[in-house]
Design a binder for this molecule. Sequence first.
Ligand code: NAP
Ligand code: GDD
Length: 384
Amino acid sequence: MNINTQKIALITGVTGQDGSYLVELLLEKGYMVHGIKRRASSFNTQRLDHLYVDQHESQVNFKLHYGDLTDSTNLIRIIQETKPDEIYNLGAMSHVKVSFDSPEYVANVDGIGTLRILEAIRILGLEKKTRIYQASTSELYGGLPENKNKYGFYDEKSPFYPRSPYAVAKIYGFWITKNYREAYNIFACNGILFNHESPRRGETFVTRKITMGVSQIALGLQNQLYLGNLDAQRDWGHAKDYVKAMWLILQQENPDDYVIATGKTIKVRDFVIMAFNYVGFDIKFVGHGVNEVGILEKINLDKFEKSTGVDFRNIEHVSEVGDVLLKIDPKYFRPTEVDILIGDPTKSKTDLGWEPSYDINDLVVDMMSSDIELFKKNNFSLFK
Ligand code: NAP
Ligand code: GDD
């Protein structure tokens, strides 16, 4: 790669789920990639370790810099040093439930953090050079039924109604990005991304919590899984597909905002059923509200052994038909919930040529197979 033509990207939130897939994509495309990571008391780069090369090697296309979205001077210095063609602002406290516990911090990182990046571009006179992708979110819609379009989806024109400190902070990020685009002609875009998951998803988001819990139950390492609202509906895609959309958004002729979604929605309880189904367990839901439970109704041994690679008779603390495998814990309920999200991907398909390659079944299979392997590896002596 000629270093004079090599594109330079800077990613905040590089250590997160999306950050790691985006680094892979940009390296494949020949970019020089810089990432901003926070200092932590232990290593927090597990999602990136396979991409990292010793900084003393001659050809280094991926560098990490210590930084934080709450620290303007540090952001200005990193942007000044790296002079990126593209900035992907993925850094955020991204957990909706946790945002009710730390609302001021979330406002600072997810809201004002976006402003700090945009101001750094202005201060450094990079308005014409640097394109900015802002990680906006379907949480902005708040799930209000009356705000869906006439086809029953949320699209780029649907009104916002944020229902958490996270969404309120992100709405500031959305509007300040749009404002800097209009006021200063900066190529700044919002990707309004609906939920996207993967084997690298943080362990406390519901899909990963389910695939980890179900894998451990199947392997006899855990008895039960505790969840909150099973009736919430989400439009779930795969993070690998969604980072491609981020890149496409910054390659267009003009800056704009795009919904990125699959256009399909299912309930949390459906995701639970699909995850158990992967290991051959049929689950029946009985009872209502906080007393609802998920009971093991049937086991398909063939399916179990094919999907886990483990002989059912070798599982020490085996689940039996009639066992309660899932319970509700109200501590996972949110003070204000987003009941349903379903996005309209028409504009991203038409303008960006973007379409998801994973459907919900592919996603469940990818996450379940990865977590089964993870727990088999971590408990090698039991499953050798
Ligand atoms: P994630 O896995 O939670 O990653 C968040 C990243 O932000 C991590 O690298 C984290 O660093 C970093 N970060 C947190 N606080 C920071 C701070 N003060 N300064 C600098 N970096 C900080 O999230 P994700 O799923 O990859 O999502 C990426 C972005 O898209 C986020 O902005 C999220 O809000 C948004 N989004 C996500 C989805 C989704 O379904 N995944 C949908 C719509 C929008 P540590 O590793 O040190 O914690
Ligand atoms: N986390 C979690 N844990 N959620 C649960 C649980 C549980 O035990 N039980 C039920 N849920 C429900 C939540 O109440 C919510 O309705 C739904 O599962 C999804 O929760 P999360 O996986 O935590 O994701 P989210 O939709 O709140 O937020 C994610 O998607 C947004 C895009 O719509 C995050 O990635 C946000 O950063 C992102 O902006």
